[in-house]
Ligand binder design. Structure first.
Ligand code: DAH
Length: 345
């Protein structure tokens, strides 16, 4: 065997350069690289050579094959490009792009952020507390008596884990954010002013206004000489920032074990302007949060010196606030994650 690789290469190169379409190029590929093609014949002829010539000759064939192979590939690419251009398959940069959807905060998180931002503007710090709590923090230290119905298994989720910190009983899922008050006062001396947003849990059957998990925001301000009028003024500023300057606020006497005196806070219905509608149940007022002056027993439970400090506290439900603010009638909508609902906010 004696191939003239140089002239074979030249010939191949010319053929490939001359071909004008993909079909012609495929024929050349078969002629050279196909099973019965020229290069296969070259390899077959190797067998008849003396052993000492085989490596050298094999190398030449390899090089030849690689050369032809690349020429064909390059030519294929340029023919494909040409075809595209003929078809005017160029990119039209003026066509609007497909924008990737960008997510946004859940409506409840938006409410939490908005409320916390208002209190931050008034000098409060934002803190969080754990969702798994002790009976001491959730009840005892908040002056909730041992036989209070809220301690019942029907009103609180108890875990199977005993409380490692001593008090009899098991750990539980906090049923309100108020236990965070205890943790904060145990860790800090007054003056202090904090809001605590977070999840709370109660074994309630789910319906349009109940859920076994919901969100609260707790507020606590402790210093010397904090008065009830400070509480009233603070809440009025807060509610006007949240619901608008035109709303009116009123406090109704109420009872919470951890505050004395205690009150419930109403705002005039911003939908009917106090005239009475279906949202306010024809009352003209919307019940919006609980509040009061920190009970001396609570200060005692956290070890503050007797009589030195006074404090104000308040707690509100995030779902309820959001429902009132946006006219949402069913709490379940927040948790079903139907994008048609969530995208509206
Ligand atoms: N913890 C109460 C609840 O879950 C809400 C509350 C009322 C918190 C009055 C307070 C408060 O801090 O002063 O119903």
């Amino acid at each position: 065997m004696n191939f003239d690789y140089d002239s074979e290469q030249q010939e191949g190169q010319q053929k490939i350069a001359a071909v004008a379409d993909l079909k012609g190029l495929e024929e050349i590929r078969v002629e050279y690289l196909g099973k019965k093609g020229k290069i296969a014949a070259m390899y077959a002829a190797l067998a008849g050579l003396p052993d000492d010539r085989k490596p050298q000759e094999g190398k030449k064939i390899n090089e030849f094959r690689s050369h032809i192979f690349h020429l064909i590939e390059d030519k294929r690419n340029s023919l494909v490009d040409k075809k595209r251009q003929e078809k005017k398959e160029t990119i039209d940069v003026t066509i609007p792009g497909v924008s990737a959807p960008v997510g946004h905060k859940h409506i409840l998180m938006q409410t939490i952020d908005e409320i916390c931002a208002i209190f931050e503007g008034l000098g409060f710090a934002v803190q969080e507390g754990p969702e798994v709590e002790t009976e001491f923090n959730n009840f005892t230290a908040l002056n909730i008596p041992a036989d209070h119905p809220s301690r019942d298994g029907f009103d609180t989720f108890y875990l199977k884990r005993p409380d490692p910190d001593g008090e009899k009983g098991n750990l539980l899922l906090r049923s309100h954010t108020s236990p965070a008050q205890i943790r904060i006062m145990q860790a800090h001396k007054p003056p202090l002013a904090v809001v605590v947003p977070g999840k709370v849990y109660r074994p309630d059957a789910v319906d349009a206004s109940h859920s076994f998990m919901f969100h609260q925001i707790e507020g606590l301000l402790v210093d010397e000489n904090v008065r009830f009028s400070d509480l009233k003024g603070l809440l009025e500023v807060f509610l006007k920032k949240l619901f608008g300057e035109n709303i009116k606020m009123r406090l109704r006497p109420h009872f919470f074990p951890f505050t004395e005196p205690s009150a419930e806070v109403d705002i005039s219905c911003y939908i009917c302007d106090g005239k009475g509608c279906s949202v306010c149940g024809k009352k003209g007022w919307l019940e919006i949060m609980g509040c009061g002056m920190v009970h001396p027993k609570v200060f005692e439970a956290v070890g503050y010196p007797k009589g030195k400090y006074t404090g104000l506290a308040f707690g509100l439900g995030v779902e309820r606030m959001t429902m009132l603010k946006h006219g949402i009638r069913d709490i379940r909508l927040f948790f079903e994650n139907d994008m048609r609902f969530l995208e509206q906010f």
